[in-house]
Structures are given as C-alpha cells and as structure tokens.
Design a protein around this ligand. Structure first.
Ligand code: 3PG
Ligand code: MN
Ligand code: MN
Length: 557
C-alpha cells in the first residue's frame, strides 16, 4: 500500500448489505475445553451459549487465541486480553510487547536506543530502580527479561540497582512467587559478587499493590508508591524471600494480594526509596496495569493521591504504554505500531459505534480494540460507556459483577437505533476465573450467559446480526494438568489454575439480519482472533483491506 494511494474508504461487499445492526460480544476468558468438573463453563447453566454451539459448523466454530496466532513469542504462551483484543480489533497479527522486548534484549539494541541512553545518565551518581511483575507468565512481564536487563544495565554502567517486585499468582500458580524471588535473589547476588550494589527494595501483591487498571482504585497505586518511592510500608523485612514466605503464612494470603513491604537494612532503614536524580524503569511490557503508575511517576501535575514527594527522576517504561498520550515519554522498546484498526476504518466509513464494559475491562473494548489508543476516532459517531466496577473486592465475592448492567446498556443502545455496531466485553469468566474460586466461577459463567441472552434478544427485536466470541481461555479450565490432561496433585490436592489457558475460543454468528447463505468457510481451519475483524467488516457490508487476515465467512448462493 503506497502512501499516495491510501484511502480509508472500504469497498462495498459484493453480496452483503449495509445498515444491519451488529452486536459484537466478547466474553472475557471463555475458552473451549473438554467437559469435566473443573470446566466452569460446562458446569454452569449456559443455555444461550450452548444453543449457539448447535449452529456448528456453519455458524459456530473455534478460533485460535494464544501463541503466534496473537503475536506472542511461542505456542506455549497463553493468550491474554491485550493481545486478544488487539488482534480482534486490528485484524492483523503484530509482534507483541513480549516478543519485541525479547528481540531488543537478544540483539542488544535496547542499550543503543534513546530510552536506555536517557536513564543511563543517572548511573554514575544515582540508583537505577526497576519496578514490575516478578513472574514468568509472559502476560505483563517476564522474569528472564528482568534478569537480562539487570545484567545488561550493570554492564552498561549501573552501579546501584534496586528492584521493586510485584508478586503474581494470577498469570502463574499461586505460591510460585517464592521460587521467582529465589531466582531473582540469585541473580542479584551474582551482581553483588561483581561489585554491583544490587538488591530488592520493596514488594507487594500485584492486585493490592500498584497493578490496578483503568483507574478502578488509585489506592492500589498509592500503596505501591509509598513502598517503592517513599520507602514506607506496614511490613519490613531483611530480604524478599523471607518477606514473601512470611506474608504468605497469614490466613487466606495469596501472591496476588500480598500486602506492601519494604526491605530494610540493619538500622531498619528502607534500602531503596526513590530520590532526586535516580533512574526508574517499569519493566512490564503490557500497558493496562502500568499506566496509572506511569502517570504518578511522570506527571508534574497529579491529583489522584498525595505523592508526598515527587522526586525528579529519569523515568522510562519498558514500552511506551499509551501512544496517544505519549505515556511515558521515554521507553526502552518501541511498542507495536498498530494502525488502521477495524474500529477506525468502520467509523471512517460511517459505522456508528457503541462500546461498553465495566471499568476492569473497559479499556479492552476501547483502548486495546483500537490498537492501544485512547479516545474516540469521531466523537459524533461513537459512544463509549464505562460502568463502574466494584473496587476493593475480589470478584469471587461478587461473581455476577456488572454483567447484567452491561447487557442492559447494550440492549438499550441496540434498541435506540442510534448505532450500527454495539460492542461489549463481558468480564465474568475471566475476572472470577483469576480468583481460582471454582464455585464462584460457575456463577460467573451463568451471569455472563444471561447477559449474552439479553443482548441477543435485542438483536432479534431489531433484525440485527450478532458475533459472539472470546479473547482467550480461562474459566473453561481451572486446574493445572499433566501432559495427559489429568489434574495435577500437590500434597494430595489439585493445583488450582488461576491463569488463562492455551485453549481455542468459540465464535458464533447469527441473528435475523444475517443474510441467507452466510456461513463459516471450511478453508481457514487454523483461523484465529485476527480473522474476526475482516469477518465483522463483511457483516457491516464492506470488504476488509487487503492486508487484513482473511475473513472467516463466505456467502453461498
Ligand atoms: O491483568 C490481568 O488481570 C491478568 O494478568 C491477565 O488478564 P487479562 O489479559 O484477561 O486482562
Ligand atoms: Mn481477557
Ligand atoms: Mn484475565
């Protein structure tokens, strides 16, 4: 596509009409797996989703939602919301953050680029702080990347390094943070033997400390700020392994929600507050749960909580987390450039668009869907509605979440006649699945199914079309399995899987507005989430751009 010949205008689909209302429903964390008692979708009453499956193979099929199909480094990488919604919205597969960071570290290019050279200015006199998720989940960060960065930074002049860890247990097994902390400690001890003053300075569980998203609860970020920047926390320890082991002993404690702690020296002084002149890197590559901290670290003007001190630092993100806001200004690796998304094309071709979810997934159907871009393409044609999520709770306590409210908003948008596309994310399977609470996840799946029904009923009323799919698996498998697929036992108990899975996800099309003869093609057997955008464009009456992954549908006369 030469720059001169470029046009936003989409060609008319030769067979499919325009002007049909299309409901695009993304069930978060809803994969397809064999039925057993750890498959919460199977256990739950889900009559609506079950009935869609009866449309197989013409109107229901599976698509790939993990690994290389969504731009991740390997087929062992489970899908996640960022890469899933990016693929759904962009219609093409982009090498994602995880892979781009791998490449930049492997080639050493990361150390030549602007971001690293910017923070390097601090190395001679000050401390380099690295803040992020200590995990090998590969969703937000990876421990091996942190290890390489630690080695590389010290080889490039960092003499004093402080690591501020967030424990995971959400993209990896609960309890695995102890092993990660030991690995990290060994790495730091190796650096110390080479004369580098390197240690962990603070920590806390990701869901309670720092990694909130979409401004659901700034208190979470403040807890992290106090520990990481101010060096203040309710718990003080001499080293990170002891900290995690001790805090995990409290009743009900788990990696995701460990309280904040700081590491102190023999005189009980925090070893690593952030001070003027220091360099800070947030080493997560994924954006959603880093942008709030990034704002606190970067913005002179800031009123979300009292920072007490706002040190003058050199701050860089592993990636730039928001291209539109240019946040942060400095970054070590350039993010994937996801342009010409289906959302932008459709709006530019007059498709009036409504998008909605509750806070915890709101950015998924807007920001991620639109290629990690905030805001509207055309505020006259678009409306994005965020339903406030409950904050300060784990969602197993409230497994229905706001599913029905999302369903109602979507229904009203459909019936209003003001929109051509009504797009939602229904979070329950994922958010409750991450708590590892199997019973609550069953309730969650039922609620999600009810929300789908509400939307499909409205589609029926207006003679519209629906596309129902998911971004990756989660609730369909809640247990860690051996290679044969049998649940793995540890100390006589099954090991609960809080993370996403490698499973494919369903996609269903239908509704009274779906033209006769539309069915899934048979010649895209390994279709993935990136094939959905062209499919949706067709259903709006357009042909997708040539470089989009091929459509999943055909029209048979
Ligand atoms: O951030 C999270 O909650 C998990 O790490 C990944 O879940 P998501 O990709 O579904 O948001
Ligand atoms: Mn998701
Ligand atoms: Mn998830």
């Amino acid at each position: 596509m030469g720059s001169t010949g470029f046009s936003w205008k989409l060609a008319d689909h030769p067979k499919l009409p325009k002007g049909k209302l299309l409901a695009m429903i993304v069930l978060d964390g809803w994969g397809e797996a064999s039925p057993d008692k750890f498959n919460c979708i199977h256990v739950a009453e889900t009559p609506t989703m079950d009935s869609l499956k009866n449309g197989a193979p013409d109107k229901w099929r599976l698509v790939r939602a993990h690994g290389t199909a969504v731009g991740l480094p390997t087929e062992d990488d489970m899908g996640n919301s960022e890469v899933g919604h990016n693929a759904l919205g962009a219609g093409r597969i982009f090498a994602q953050g995880a892979k781009l960071v791998d490449l930049a570290l492997a080639s050493g290019k990361i150390y030549d680029d602007e971001g690293f050279n910017y923070i390097k200015e601090s190395f001679a006199t000050n401390t380099l702080h690295l803040i992020g998720l200590m995990s090998d989940g590969g969703v937000h960060s990876r421990l091996d990347q942190l290890q390489l960065l630690l080695r590389g930074a010290s080889q490039h002049g960092a003499k004093r390094i402080r690591v501020h860890v967030l424990t995971d247990g959400r993209d990896v097994l609960d309890g695995s943070s102890v092993g990660f902390a030991e690995t990290l400690e060994a790495e730091l001890s190796d650096l110390r033997s080479k004369g580098i003053d390197a240690q962990v300075a603070s920590g806390g569980g990701r869901m309670y400390v720092t990694m909130d998203r979409y401004e659901n609860d700034w208190e979470v970020v403040k807890r992290g700020w106090d520990a990481q920047v101010l060096g203040e926390a309710p718990h003080k320890f001499k080293n990170v392994v002891e900290a995690i082991k001790t805090l995990r002993e409290a009743p009900g404690a788990n990696d995701q929600y460990l309280p904040p702690f700081v590491i102190v020296d023999d005189s009980e002084k925090a070893v690593g507050p952030v001070v003027d002149g220091d360099a800070v890197v947030t080493f997560n590559f994924r954006a959603d749960r880093m942008t709030m901290l990034a704002q606190a670290l970067e913005y002179e003007k800031f009123d979300k909580f009292d920072r007490v001190r706002f040190p003058k630092i050199r701050y860089a993100g592993m990636l730039q987390y928001d291209g539109e806001l240019k946040l942060p200004n400095h970054y070590l690796v350039s993010p994937p450039l996801i342009e010409r998304t289906s959302g932008e094309y459709l709006v530019k071709n007059g498709v009036r668009t409504f998008a909605c979810s509750e806070t915890v997934k709101f950015g998924h159907v807007t920001f991620f869907w639109n290629g990690n871009r905030s805001g509207y393409f055309n505020s006259e044609l678009e409306e994005y509605v965020e339903i406030p999520s409950d904050s300060g709770i784990t969602f197993n306590v409230q497994p229905k979440m706001k599913a029905l409210e999302i369903g109602e908003k979507a229904r009203d948008a459909i019936l209003s006649g003001k929109f051509d596309q009504v797009r939602v994310n229904i979070p329950n399977g994922d958010m409750v699945g991450h708590t590892g609470d199997v019973e609550a996840t069953v309730v969650a799946c039922k609620a999600a199914d009810e929300a789908v029904k509400m939307i499909l009923d409205a589609v029926e009323q207006v003679g519209g079309i629906y596309v129902v799919t998911a971004d990756h698996g989660n609730a369909e498998d809640m247990v860690k399995r051996n290679k044969k697929g049998e649940p793995l036992l540890k100390d006589g108990e099954v090991q609960i899987l809080t993370s996403h899975t490698l499973q494919p996800v369903p996609i269903a099309i239908g509704g009274p507005g779906l033209a006769a003869g539309v069915k899934f093609r048979k010649d895209v057997p390994s279709g993935g989430l990136a094939n959905v955008a062209a499919t949706v464009m067709n259903l709006h009456g357009f042909v997708a751009p040539d470089d989009y992954e091929t459509t999943l549908i055909e029209v048979v006369d």
